[in-house]
Ligand binder design. Structure first.
Ligand code: BGC
Length: 807
């Protein structure tokens, strides 16, 4: 493990799926799992290629019931390279003796390398080095290179290079019973003697996808070799077998340069033609790789987090930066997509977009805000669907779905398989309406970080007003309490879907939801105040937004109901305190890992709804999303007293009752504990950091990385530890650096001005980039403020007091 390398020595079938997910290579448009080129999908290997937004909907008949699912489609496998020696069967790992094997992922310039030496059944020893990248420089390009050295033999080999459209979505064991065929063949084609190409179509969404590959072989001097080329094609598969002689000790190099287009891409007519032509014009591997490397060097200048005192933390943070960027890069800014919760690295959650964006945007907002803007536009384009959903459910405004895919309708499944019991269980998680508060919060925070009032005016405000309107219509006034209440929804804790024994889903007065609603009802008014009056008028006319509605929002911001219990702990929802306590020790002793207590309890015939237990941070989210000052203001306005101990007590109370069945929970707890229990915060931070690379949930990461957690750890460094926050026009720091981060450097940009932030020797130095169109910005620590012009730097001495500033 070095600062930029993730290395696996030896082949291990049990963890190959995990390695594939973690060594995926992508560029924010396309991403391919780190599967070996010579292996087809089976229980060990799973080649998967995904493009943002390429969804397809299929129906499965399950026990006589039609079940509709939309999936992010596994696209034709462009990796295929198979080695045949002397006309024998293609080499597979399972059939040879591995003399050495290394699988390495270069985080800095995302490149996957596999280097192996093997002895086959005839005693021939061969070295194979494979390198691949998906270009960050040229969005439709990827490259694969094989260097083959016969160590103790000479003879004839054939390398089969193929594009395989016969793939299905089969990456998640729990979904095996569901329809996984999403592609129909269109046609294979060749372009000249070197290029093979394949076009397929998604079965329901009618999306065309084409790939082309140019195959060339070079001898040890680098000269292009004349090889025999045998073509074989079917409607959904095309291959070229390249035959040539190899000589003992003399390396031969094969380049497979791949291009990739879909009918969602701009500047393309027929995708097949476009892919083929692009492959014909494509430069060689070395030059293409160099372009990719330069593009990443530039990205790192804007995105790196440098932690010189802790190698492991350094490696994991960079791994996260690299993966987050491979799913959401500047190329993503051109696309119509949200953030799939599990990246483009696997098929869990079918590529759907959840509230996890809440954890992703803080990192992007301060580095690549144009990407957040585009991801928010994904929501705007689906505003009509959200309005229709609200209407169908009897509400007003816009109700965005809990899980979103192609067109913005609700994609949450109504049944899901409990792998512990093998039973299909009812899934009520679509009642998580809090996703609407998250979208509102995301828009507002994007605007705070960028001051992009054009976006707010043209798109953001409309979504925010429609979301506020939705909440006003789902809430009702309870005259007995003289407060507004929201019934029938779920908070982020998915273990509580309804009251024990209830027939209807949802709970009353989820505190997180209610407080978010109080907050957003107030901000909705601030939004109007930010816009020119002509725009406000036009918007109000367009939405038919009446004064009475605004008055009601104002009233809701003062009178939402928030449940408390015990001695001042915020109740997750009304009635929480009458649920039973669980015997946590007994369950730990019986099952070991009890993160997924819901599955355990249900498999036992019990019901998680009965107990005081939480899958993940729920009420505690409030302390994560708002600073103590902000929260105090929200509660004050509501007429509730937020005692000096409310946060600590509430956090401690739920900490003891949370199983962290979602790894997002570790991020949240690390964040909220930073102020109250730094050692414990750091412990959670490390768990979140390790969660994908060490697969702490035992098998989930192979189905896709966790975008929220990966980005969340990066945000923890900038927000919870460096204490970055925006106050009006000022980028402020409230550092609470753990010992391991006493030296810390990272890049960010604030309102268009790129800056470097460096903590060392008890001081903070902020420097503004000298070039470009940067504008002066204000930065501060505590009361101390500086204006920074491009090229300026300022230094803040961090005394004890600064280190301890809270709130
Ligand atoms: C979590 C949700 C999350 C989803 C997708 C679930 O396990 O409980 O909060 O949105 O995963 O990451």
């Amino acid at each position: 493990m070095k600062g930029f390398l993730l290395t696996y020595e030896g082949f291990d079938p049990a963890t190959e799926g995990l390695r594939e997910a973690l060594t995926s290579t992508g560029n924010g448009y396309l991403c391919t799992r780190g599967a070996a080129e010579w292996e087809d999908a089976d229980r060990v290997h799973y080649p998967g290629t995904y493009v943002h937004g390429a969804y397809n909907r299929e129906t499965t008949i399950l026990g006589g019931l039609p079940v509709l699912n939309e999936d992010l489609v596994n696209l034709p496998n462009w990796l295929v390279l198979k080695l045949r020696i002397e006309g024998e069967a293609a080499i597979r790992l399972a059939d040879v003796e591995l003399l050495s094997y290394r699988h390495e992922y270069d985080i800095r310039h995302p490149t996957l390398v596999r280097e192996l030496r093997f002895r086959d059944h005839a005693g021939r020893e061969t070295t194979l080095r494979s390198r691949r990248f998906v270009s960050m420089a040229d969005v439709h390009h990827a490259g694969l290179e094989w260097t083959l050295t016969p160590e103790n033999w000479s003879g004839r080999v054939e390398i089969v290079s193929a594009l395989d459209g016969r793939v299905t979505n089969r990456g998640v064991a729990r979904y095996q019973q569901l329809e996984g065929r999403h592609l129909d063949p269109v046609s294979p084609r060749t372009f000249g003697s070197e290029v093979i190409a394949l076009k397929v179509q998604t079965r329901q969404s009618n999306l065309y996808v084409s790939e082309a590959a140019r195959n060339r072989v070079f001898d040890h001097t680098g000269a292009l070799m004349e090889v025999q080329r045998d073509l074989y094609q079917m409607e959904d598969y095309i291959q070229q077998a390249l035959g040539f002689d190899v000589h003992q000790g003399s390396p031969v190099r094969l380049e497979k340069m791949v291009t990739f287009f879909t009918s969602r891409d701009p500047a393309a007519s027929d995708t097949l033609e476009r892919a083929g032509t692009s492959a014909l014009r494509y430069v060689g591997f070395a030059e293409a790789l160099q372009r990719h490397v330069s593009a990443w060097d530039e990205l790192w200048r804007n995105c790196d987090i440098h932690v010189p005192n802790d190698d492991r933390v350094q490696l994991l943070l960079r791994t996260h930066i690299s993966h987050v960027t491979q799913v959401c890069s500047h190329h993503t800014a051109d696309l119509d997509t949200g953030v799939p919760a599990r990246g483009l690295n696997g098929e869990a959650y079918r590529g759907h977009v959840f509230w996890d964006e809440l954890y992703v945007y803080p990192f992007l907002n301060l580095r690549t805000p144009e990407v957040t803007r585009s991801l928010l536009m994904y929501r705007y384009r689906r505003l009509g669907e959200a309005q229709a959903m609200a209407k169908d459910a009897g509400y007003r405004g816009a109700m965005f779905p809990w899980q979103s895919g192609s067109d913005g309708r609700e994609e949450t499944q109504r049944l899901h398989l409990n792998p512990l019991s093998g039973r299909w269980e009812e899934d009520l998680s679509h009642n998580q309406r809090h996703v609407n508060a998250a979208i509102f919060y995301n828009i507002w925070n994007y605007v705070q970080a960028t001051r992009d009032l054009a976006f707010l005016s043209d798109y953001g405000a409309e979504m925010m007003l429609e979301i506020a309107r939705f909440w006003a219509s789902i809430a009702h006034f309870n005259p007995e309490r003289s407060r507004y209440e929201i019934h029938g929804v779920m908070g982020p804790d998915e273990f509580h879907e309804k009251y024990p024994g209830a027939s209807e889903g949802g709970l009353n007065n989820n505190a997180y939801t209610n407080v978010m609603v109080a907050w957003l009802c107030q901000v909705a008014q601030d939004v109007l105040a930010l816009l020119p009056s002509s725009r406000v008028e036009a918007l109000r006319r367009r939405l038919n937004l009446q004064d009475e509605e605004l008055d009601r929002w104002d009233d809701m911001s003062r009178r939402m109901f928030v449940p408390f219990h015990g001695d001042g702990v915020i109740s997750q929802f009304e009635g929480w305190e009458s649920l039973e306590e669980l015997d946590w020790d007994a369950y730990r002793a019986k099952y070991g890992n009890i993160q997924r207590l819901d599955r355990i309890l249900r498999a036992e015939g019990d019901d998680p709804n009965r107990y005081q237990l939480a899958k993940q941070a729920d009420a505690v989210m409030l302390f994560f999303l708002f600073s103590p000052d902000q929260l105090a203001r929200i509660f004050d306005r509501l007429g509730y007293e937020l005692g000096p101990d409310t946060a600590r007590k509430t956090i401690e109370y739920y900490d003891q009752r949370t199983s962290h069945g979602s790894t997002l929970s570790f991020v949240t707890y690390a964040g909220v504990l930073a102020a109250y229990d730094p050692a414990s915060s750091w412990e959670r931070f490390l768990v979140a950091l390790e969660s994908d690379v060490s697969d702490i949930q035992g098998g989930t990461t192979q189905e896709g990385i966790h975008m929220g957690v990966m980005s969340g750890t990066l945000d923890l460094v900038q927000r919870s530890y460096a204490g970055t926050h925006i106050q009006g026009d000022v980028l402020s720091f409230r550092p609470r650096l753990p010992p391991q981060l006493q030296r810390l450097r990272f890049a960010m940009q604030f309102r268009g001005t790129p800056i470097q932030v460096e903590f060392s020797d008890s001081s903070l130095t902020v420097s503004a980039h000298p070039e470009g169109a940067s504008r002066p910005i204000k930065v501060g620590v505590g009361e101390e403020l500086h204006e920074l012009c491009p090229g300026d730097a300022c230094r803040f001495a961090l005394d004890q007091e600064h280190d301890l500033v809270r709130g």
